[in-house]
Design a binder for this molecule. Structure first.
Ligand code: ZN
Ligand code: ZN
Length: 403
């Protein structure tokens, strides 16, 4: 009997939905390849966190990888920081940041006119700010950035300076607990010094004279203490990689010790090069045992409330799956991290379809890949935290519990 020894794990971000009229976007999409995988595989539905809990992409991905999000999710900051390439360490306090525009004490633009190039600004902050504690500040795409504080007696129990809405006064950082007073002071120092540097920065003077909003302040939010995570390879004995365009998913992979395999053409939107991404993932299987692939576009279409856009993107994903059909010795998993119904324009707790195709699975009577058919499958209804155990069993790497 053949046993698959590799795992190719696809997360079609937010692909799962509710019916609009008679069918969901997945049911309406043209998906011969995914249907063939379902036909020769085993299907089910899955609550990525727990029934009725609306997952974020971050908490859902942690759960799918077998890391209890209630234990390891300490806020968005740590995963964003890891995603932009900061080598975060357990005990760091991390934030996601925006370059924004401050005028007369008010935040007049939370994205600083969607500034594109912030490398020089970030560099000047890294060089010029001194708050008596080590910090790493790094720009990301567009107006985004991340920051990590590293040292003794730091805490993530601090408020944000982000008023969340435009034309509201910028806030100060405050300690929520007494152990965070030092951190709040460091952040207020950081803020004052960075404003000084940004105000007079040539990049901003140029922007102002061109009539563009200057990126003269940093908004920091999503504070989180970087958790101590057992690396994926240590946990499962599988050499792993992540293929994704979304910084948050890359960050989760990196924090779990996965290698980030990048490729050109990933945008995180519906214009992403899905064929290229799937090929990159298949190639990564040559020297990894486990490859996580996140394909983001369907989530974007769901948030936009656009049924046809979501359906058509799912059809495009299916075309890329033609090369997955011929894989040997590989467990192929296709699921989603949560539902993003076009009728709701946000994540919901509706369970997602999951399908496993590979050697030894008990092929069931499901012939199509979608939310409704999957509910009749042999996997029945699982939780996200179960899936790695099931896969380890299928590839014959699970240990026996008891004699
Ligand atoms: Zn998601
Ligand atoms: Zn989303």
């Amino acid at each position: 009997m053949r046993v698959s020894n590799k795992i190719l794990f696809f997360v079609l971000d937010g692909a799962s939905d509710r019916p609009v009229g008679k069918s969901t976007p997945l049911q309406s999409a043209i998906t011969p390849n995914l249907d063939k995988l379902a036909d020769t595989g085993i299907s089910g539905i899955m609550d990525t966190i727990a029934p009725g809990i609306r997952p974020g992409s971050d908490t859902a991905h942690l759960s799918l990888l077998g890391y209890d999000p209630y234990k390891y999710y300490t806020g968005r900051g740590p995963f964003e920081a890891a995603g932009v390439g900061i080598d975060v360490k357990a005990g760091d306090v991390a934030f996601r940041c925006n370059f924004a525009t401050l005028k007369d004490g008010l935040i007049v633009d939370r994205r600083a006119g969607r500034i594109r190039e912030t490398t020089e600004l970030a560099h000047s902050i890294s060089e010029g700010v001194d708050v008596g504690t080590d910090f790493i500040f790094k720009e990301s795409t567009g107006h985004r950035a991340a920051m990590v504080l590293r040292g003794e007696d730091l805490s993530a129990d601090v408020t944000s300076n982000d008023p969340k809405k435009e034309n509201k006064p910028m806030k100060e950082f405050h300690a929520i607990s007494s152990k965070a007073e030092k951190t709040a002071k460091i952040l207020n120092d950081f803020l004052a010094q960075s404003i000084d540097i940004l105000e007079s920065h040539p990049v901003n003077q140029e922007r102002s004279s061109a009539g563009m909003p200057p990126a003269n302040v940093i908004l920091l939010r999503g504070a989180g203490l970087v958790p101590a995570i057992i690396p994926f390879e240590e946990k499962y004995g599988l050499k792993s990689a992540v293929v994704a365009a979304a910084g948050l998913v890359i960050g989760i992979g990196k924090m779990c010790g996965m290698e980030h395999v990048s490729f050109d053409g990933g945008t995180g939107g519906v214009d992403s090069d899905v064929v290229g991404k799937v090929r990159t993932a298949i190639k990564a299987l040559e020297d990894h045992d486990f490859v996580l692939v996140n394909i983001k576009g369907a989530d974007e279409a769901g948030h936009d409330g656009e049924f046809e856009k979501k359906r058509d993107f799912l059809s495009r994903i299916d075309e890329a799956f033609s090369e997955v059909l011929d894989l040997k010795d590989t467990m192929v998993v296709v699921t989603a991290d949560h539902s993003t119904p076009v009728s709701i324009k946000d994540h919901t707790a509706d369970p997602v379809p999951i399908m496993i195709n590979g050697d030894g699975v008990r092929v069931d009577n499901v012939h199509a890949y979608n939310e409704i058919d999957a509910a009749n499958g042999g996997l029945n209804r699982l939780r996200g935290m179960d899936i790695m155990h099931i896969l380890m069993d299928l590839i014959n790497r699970a240990e026996k519990f008891g004699a």
